[in-house]
Ligand binder design. Structure first.
Ligand code: HEM
Length: 256
């Protein structure tokens, strides 16, 4: 992705109409397949200064694709009166320095940290061994298997990177599933028993947490099943997956 920054200095009398024009023009950005995202910000200290940030799939996609494409005429018709107000219009490459702050708790923190995940897997694997469908797969598992799965989950949910640091990361985990020939009814039962265990140990049951948690479990179990088939040849090296809240971050009411 390439980021285009356009800095405007608009006349105070024009500011309201400038924002309204961009609100209309944004429909063309939203419809453009070359546009990743966009955002218009107004300067607090100097409210007539604006910065428009547009993420493009590439500079060529912007300059040739968008400007030569079907959405540009409607876009340009809206913003044309403000072209003379542009002070900077350039493309920027993203560097490796980027990330998110801690304004939203990680799923690891929200779950209750490593202790909560260890309680979860202890109860879960106790029940797995009582289950006729799953017992054959797990009856020879090592005693510390529940602990390592808890540590894996912790790292996935943005907790400490312990599975990578102490156990061998993705490479070690993926090899545990090879050749196990997990069947779909076993995958389903695994998911169902994990959700029961989540209730039993009192993992947070707010809709946002459970939706994000279940989404990872659904994804992960489908991958485990696929990788476990006799003819599967999954990559043996890959980055650790990480899971965040997705479209519904936790609901934290404001104090007001
Ligand atoms: C989100 C889904 C899953 C995750 C995160 C996961 C995670 C793991 C991890 C981290 C290990 C290695 C633990 C260690 O380092 O000792 C492992 C092993 C294993 N997993 Fe999974 N797994 C998932 C789904 C499944 C499913 C659906 C099944 C079968 C129904 C399954 C069966 C096994 C078995 C049989 C082992 C080896 C156990 C042993 O003998 O020690 N896994 N899994």
């Amino acid at each position: 992705m390439i980021v285009e920054y356009i800095r405007y200095s608009v006349d105070p009398a024009e500011a309201e109409e400038f924002e309204a024009a961009y609100a209309r023009a944004s429909a063309s950005l939203a419809a453009a397949p070359q546009c990743v995202d966009y955002e218009l910000s107004r300067c607090v200290e100097e409210p007539t200064s604006y910065i428009l940030r547009i993420g493009w799939t590439s500079a060529d996609d912007h300059l040739q694709g968008f400007r030569g494409g079907e959405h540009f005429p409607a876009f340009f018709a809206e913003i044309k009166p403000y072209v003379r107000r542009i002070e900077e219009m350039r493309h920027y490459e993203q560097t490796a320095v980027r990330g998110a702050g801690s304004s939203v708790p990680t799923m690891y923190e929200w779950a209750g940290g490593g202790e909560a995940l260890e309680r979860l897997t202890e109860v879960f694997y106790t029940n797995v061994l009582k289950d006729d469908l799953l017992r054959p797969l797990f009856e020879h598992m090592a005693p510390d298997h529940p602990k390592w799965v808890a540590i894996w989950l912790g790292e996935v949910f943005r907790g400490p990177e312990r599975y990578s640091g102490e156990r061998g990361g993705y490479h070690h985990m993926v090899r545990q599933h090879l050749g196990k020939a997990i069947a779909e009814p076993q995958r389903r039962r695994w998911v169902a028993l994990l959700m029961d265990a989540a209730d039993e140990v009192g993992l947070p049951d707010d809709p946002e947490f459970r939706a994000a948690f279940t989404s990872y479990i659904e994804w992960g179990t489908r991958i485990a099943l696929a990788n476990s088939q006799p003819d599967a040849k999954p990559p043996l090296e890959a980055p650790m997956p990480h899971w965040d809240w997705g479209v519904a971050p936790p609901y934290v009411p404001s104090d007001s």
